[in-house]
Write a protein that binds this ligand. Structure first.
Ligand code: 2BA
Length: 108
C-alpha cells in the first residue's frame, strides 16, 4: 500500500478531491501553508494500492494547474535574511506529490 501526499493550490483542491472520490479513492484534505509564500495551500492524503498510484497522479495532473504567484517581500521565512525590495513572481506547480510506502493500515 502507498500513501500519496499531494500539495495543491486551494483553488484546485475541491475538484481534485471530488474527482478522486468519484473514482473510488479515499481522500483526506488538510489545510496547509507553504513555507516560502506563506499562503494557504491544501494537502491531500490518499491511501491506495500501489497499482492505482498512476491513476491518482493522472487525476491530479488533470485538475491541478501550474500558476504564477507573487512572492511579496514579507511573505517568506527568508525575508529577514535577504534585501528584497520588489515583489517577485514564482511558478507554483500544479501539485507537489510524495508517494510513501505504508507498512500497515487499519480502520479500527
Ligand atoms: P511554498 O513553500 O509557498 O512555495 C511556493 C513556490 O515558491 C514553489 O512552488 C517554488 O516555485 C518557490 N519556492 C519555494 N521554496 C523556495 C526556495 N527555497 N527558493 C526559491 N523558490 C522557492 P512549488 O515548488 O511548486 O511548491 C508549491 C508548494 O508545495 C510549496 O509552497 C510547499 O508548500 C510545497 N512544497 C514544494 N516542495 C516541497 C518539498 N520539497 N517539501 C515540502 N513541501 C514542498
Amino acid at each position: 500500500m502507498k500513501l500519496i501526499l499531494a500539495i495543491v493550490n486551494n483553488d484546485d483542491s475541491a475538484i481534485a478531491a471530488a474527482s478522486l472520490t468519484e473514482a473510488g479513492f479515499f481522500v483526506t484534505k488538510l489545510s496547509t501553508t507553504g513555507g516560502f509564500l506563506m499562503v494557504g495551500n491544501t494537502t491531500l492524503l490518499i491511501g491506495t494500492e500501489e497499482k492505482d498510484v498512476e491513476v491518482v497522479l493522472d487525476l491530479l495532473k488533470k485538475y491541478c494547474t501550474t500558476r504564477k504567484q507573487m512572492n511579496t517581500p514579507t511573505s517568506s521565512f527568508g525575508a529577514g535574511l535577504q534585501n528584497f525590495s520588489l515583489p517577485e513572481e514564482v511558478t507554483v506547480s500544479g501539485a507537489t506529490v510524495f508517494v510513501l510506502g505504508v507498512d500497515r493500515m487499519e480502520k479500527l
